[in-house]
Design a protein around this ligand. Structure first.
Ligand SMILES: [Zn+2]
Length: 438
């Protein structure tokens, strides 16, 4: 599956996990349920916990872990528990801001809802709707100062519309054969509904259940416009969720491709909730990876001391998208380091430890990229422009495993539609394959 196809299959963190699991099953990996006894059979295994997944490949022995960390979530909007709003006969959806999106980038774009719905039976269903929603920007005629700087109140100005006045049932549902009624045109019947159109009812129709069977949901906005290559030489790819599927996909391809050296256990850990701080049961600050590593060691019948030795020999690479130099804002970068899109994955360095890469980490990443035959670059912040953080410091602090922070350069990071150079995704895949081989 190509990177673009992977993006299409992964509109939410839950979908990304399901797609990673599907690809792993195809090459013989077995799902390990956390509620079941641990299976230590040599071969591939994976554990899913909501929007996070940890996959690993066991040999006969295990003397160290080679861990690739990434995250499945992206900043945007999450549907509120009771999303139904109507105002002046517009139907609108109440949404909470998730993480730190570039708010303006979501204006005037069509988007759908993707994620999971929980039914009254407890069953969880993944769903991704058509483009239902849009946050229309106010015309400049009604705000003459808009181009001096757009100010958006996230509660008032970001509520998307999804219907107005009348409803064409056709837009939600194709009628089942033989149910179109005797009027001959019932699926186009206009309904004047002054209370607005119920978005939960529309979801129920997509799921084929009753609205009152939907007891909970974790649904996020996703851009429905397909990814597109652009540039005169098609050097660029525009898509939503490049942060951080541009690391999940290379990690998955590398895990599938790598034949690790004896004793090395390659581990792919894709966490949720990075964009909101990682301190959750499926985030890098939670127990998920710790639990899996511990149970692998127990399953291999290692003593407690031997398990500590395995961890002490281990290495983690934390991959998360970073910033290419922006030609319109070069002053935002360090004077000496200008990482460029298309010129290879970056190692990310920060004295304040918002990235974990240190001297030994630099040596390791340079050696990995040299062996893979791919270029690499350095990112270090301008002192006047403090950088963001990522899962590396959080996972490394929890596990005590040395970690290198890397990632491919993006522009428009945290936009609804980011851009990258696909060659960097290929470079990162090759480098991570070398890392997993050990
Ligand atoms: Zn990220």
């Amino acid at each position: 599956m190509s990177f673009v196809e992977f993006l299409g299959a992964s509109p939410s963190a839950y979908h990304a996990c399901a797609e990673v699991a599907r690809q792993l099953r195809e090459v013989g990996y077995q799902e390990q349920l956390e509620t079941e006894p641990w299976d230590s059979t040599p071969g591939g295994h994976f554990v899913c916990r909501d929007g996070a997944i940890v996959a690993y490949h066991l040999g006969e022995v295990g003397s160290r872990f080679a861990i690739l960390g990434a995250h499945t979530d992206s900043p945007g909007f999450k549907l509120k528990p009771r999303p139904q709003h109507s105002s002046y006969r517009w139907s609108q959806a109440g949404m909470e801001v998730y993480g730190g999106p570039l708010l303006n980038s979501w204006l005037d774009r069509e988007f759908g809802l993707a994620g999971r719905v929980v039914l009254s039976t407890g069953e969880q269903r993944l769903v991704a709707t058509d483009p239902w929603l849009r946050i229309p920007q106010l015309a400049p005629h009604l705000d003459r100062s808009v181009n001096d700087g757009l100010i958006l109140n996230p509660q008032r100005h970001l509520m998307p519309v999804y219907a107005v006045g009348v409803r064409s049932l056709k837009s939600w549902k194709t009628p089942r054969a033989g149910t179109s009624g005797t009027s001959g045109n019932s699926d186009f019947r206009p309904v004047v509904d002054t209370a607005g159109v119920d978005i939960i009812q529309a979801l129920a129709e997509v799921l084929g259940c009753a609205a009152d069977e939907i007891m909970g949901h974790d649904l996020f906005a996703y851009i429905t416009q397909p990814p597109e290559y652009f540039g005169v030489d098609k050097q660029f790819l525009a898509a939503g969720r490049l942060d951080n599927l541009s690391s999940v996909y290379p990690g998955l391809q590398a895990l599938i491709a790598a034949e690790p050296s004896i004793g090395t256990i390659p581990v792919l850990a894709c966490f949720d909730h990075e964009e909101v701080g990682s301190e959750t049961r499926t985030g890098a600050g939670g127990t998920l990876l710790d639990d899996v590593l511990t149970r692998i060691c127990l399953g291999l019948s290692l003593t407690a001391d031997e398990a500590y030795q395995v961890r002490a020999r281990s290495q983690m690479v934390s991959a998360d998208a970073g910033h290419s130099i922006h030609p319109n804002y070069p002053e935002k970068h360090d004077l000496d380091e200008h990482p460029l899109m298309g010129a290879g994955p970056m190692i990310k360095i920060n004295a304040q430890q918002r990235y974990t890469s240190d001297g030994p980490g630099r040596q390791l990443w340079a050696a990995i990229c040299a062996e893979a035959g791919v270029p690499h670059q350095v990112f270090v912040s301008n002192n006047a422009v403090p950088c963001g953080s990522t899962i590396g410091p959080i996972a490394s602090t929890r596990l005590g495993i040395p970690t290198v922070d890397v990632g491919i350069p993006l522009l428009s990071m945290h936009s609804a539609r980011e851009m990258c150079a696909p060659i960097d995704v290929e470079y990162l895949t090759q480098a991570l394959t070398v890392f997993f081989i050990g």
